[in-house]
Design a protein around this ligand. Structure first.
Ligand SMILES: [Fe+2]
Ligand SMILES: [Fe+2]
Length: 325
């Protein structure tokens, strides 16, 4: 059998020095702009980062469907019910396609979805807080699919592993559709009646700060700088958060929805006008409006929301679709 650069000639495996040389060589190729097609060409660390990224993405897509499902009850007509179901189907597809990719890296998706300890599931905390009604669902699409789209679009545009880019093409087309669907109906409900306008505002008050927190820790506190170094992603957290803030604020401002951001004439852009970060109360759908530390926020968010573990248990018993029709 031919020796590969990774296995080396040492029966105990490559030495630290050899490993460092392998990583340095691949980083040089990544920095030169190379895009990799073949799994066997990746270095061990590069492979590990891609594996972790695809694995986290696949599992968190699953939690979008259990969340979207909570809006079904209050969807006002058959068109709205179909919109919730179509979103759920799309999200199953996103989990499936990213799961297929994760399996190429050795992740056992069946085990991840059905057998792993529910406590180890990582997702955005908002996805474990039930949607209160259909208006909140469309506002969520307008604000948070917009946030999710920044995340996955970055990988489609910049990832140094070509199959990941291709995996996200269809995903991003659908996320863009979710966002536009949400924007269209947010505008509709904003103009429909006093009562629906009040609900749009209420939903924005609750969801907007989750959009701000969507992009993780500020760059100087990030614990995964290797994703950028190996160019699995191209945009840093702060850059994406700001991009989202400009886009979400302009959308809300155009309609006249109040947001915790203001337009800074000097900087010529939207800036946050809220304590950042602050804690939320998932039982009462409220933010504290008092500044806390990043550490406090992230340890609070790791506790998960009121839908944990029930939503995942139902999913595992494959009961989640029973009440759909
Ligand atoms: Fe998705
Ligand atoms: Fe989506």
């Amino acid at each position: 059998m031919a020796k590969t650069a990774q296995s080396g000639s040492n029966p105990a495996g490559p030495s630290d020095e050899e490993q460092n040389a392998i990583e340095a060589a691949i980083l040089e190729r990544i920095e030169a702009g190379e895009i990799f097609e073949d799994l066997d060409d990746l270095s061990p660390k590069f492979r590990a980062i891609l594996k972790m990224t695809a694995d986290l993405a696949a599992v968190s897509e699953v939690s979008v469907l259990t969340w979207a499902y909570t809006a079904y009850r209050t969807a006002p007509d058959i068109g709205a019910k179909i919109a919730v179901c179509a979103t759920i189907l799309d999200e199953v597809g996103h989990a499936y396609h990213q799961g297929l990719l994760a399996e190429r890296f050795g992740v056992d998706m069946h085990q991840r979805a059905f057998e792993d300890d529910i406590e180890t599931i990582w997702t955005w905390p908002i996805m474990e807080v039930p949607l209160r009604n259909y208006i909140e669902f469309v506002v969520m699409q307008a604000l948070l699919d917009r946030a999710g789209l920044h995340w996955t679009k970055d990988i489609e545009l910049h990832c140094s592993f070509a199959p990941y880019r291709r995996t996200l093409r269809k995903v991003n087309f659908e996320e863009g559709f979710h966002m536009r669907h949400g924007a269209f109906w947010t505008e509709f409900y904003w103009n429909h009646s006093e009562e629906t306008r009040e609900w749009v505002q209420k939903a924005v008050d609750w969801l907007f700060p989750f959009g701000v927190m969507w992009f993780g820790k500020p760059d100087d506190l990030r614990n995964r700088p290797d994703m950028l170094k190996y160019r699995v992603r191209g945009w840093g957290n702060d850059f994406m958060r700001d991009k989202w803030l400009q886009s979400a604020s302009a959308f809300c401002d155009k309609l006249g929805i109040k947001i915790p951001a203001k337009f800074d004439q000097e900087k010529n852009k939207w800036v946050l006008d809220m304590p950042y970060p602050m804690l939320y109360d998932a039982e009462n759908y409220q933010w504290s409006w008092e500044q806390c530390t990043q550490k406090e926020y992230w340890s609070h968010s790791r506790k998960g929301g009121p839908m944990r573990p029930g939503a995942y248990q139902r999913l595992r018993r494959e009961e989640w679709g029973e009440a759909l029709w």
